[in-house]
Design a protein around this ligand. Sequence first.
Ligand SMILES: Nc1ncnc2c1ncn2[C@@H]1O[C@H](COP(=O)(O)OP(=O)(O)OP(=O)(O)O)[C@@H](O)[C@H]1O
Ligand SMILES: [Mg+2]
Length: 225
Amino acid sequence: MAKKKAAPRKPALLTVRGITRKFAERTILDGVDLDVRAGEAVGVVGPNGSGKSTLLRCIVGADEADAGESTLAGTVLDERLPEIRADLAIVMDDIDFFPDLSVVEHLDLVARAHSQADAEEVVNVVLAEVGLMEVSGQLPSTLSSGQRRRLALASAFVRPRKLLVLDEPEARLDVEGVTWLGDKLVAEKKAGRAVLLVSHDPGLVERVCDRVVRLGPAPEPSDVD
Ligand SMILES: Nc1ncnc2c1ncn2[C@@H]1O[C@H](COP(=O)(O)OP(=O)(O)OP(=O)(O)O)[C@@H](O)[C@H]1O
Ligand SMILES: [Mg+2]
């Protein structure tokens, strides 16, 4: 009987090749390669200072790598390009909110600016999902730190996206919030999106990620099971 041919692997949505970044004489990243396909999540882990955030910034074009390149669906990835911004949702540490827009106004603006169909409906669904309905009329300065983090995540989830890039999205979330985040990221994969996740939460990485890239020194042999 003829052998069934394996289905061809989908080309990667995000490709990262040879990213190298030095600060003064210190090489923080030395030729990092990774691929993320649609429907897949890749984790980036490593100790404090190992270069995880630097890698994400170099990948999205917020920092300039000394060498290497990343592409999104074949286009060189630069978050300043409109066609890239249409497909890319990023949650990093440095997110700013308009100080005089309420939670719901901010999300509504983000959704409409990114041409989200049914912006009002999507904003209401995401507000409920992230548990910010009760504070939807408040200004960002009046939110707790966890609520601000939830607003940052909500800002990514109200817009159309093919690739989600997240730097420690679990930071400042309560236990329930981390569980919700895990569910949400698994659902993102099921919806055919790609996820690149930096995290210090092994449970979240284990639950969500198909593969893991480890930065920094290799673990001591005694640390390996
Ligand atoms: N602009 C910069 N100038 C000089 N050094 C920098 C700069 N940005 C980052 N670094 C250094 O690069 C290294 C990696 O920093 P990075 O923020 O990428 O680490 P990280 O893995 O994200 O750590 P954490 O887990 O604490 O978030 C650190 O030693 C940091 O001091
Ligand atoms: Mg970091």
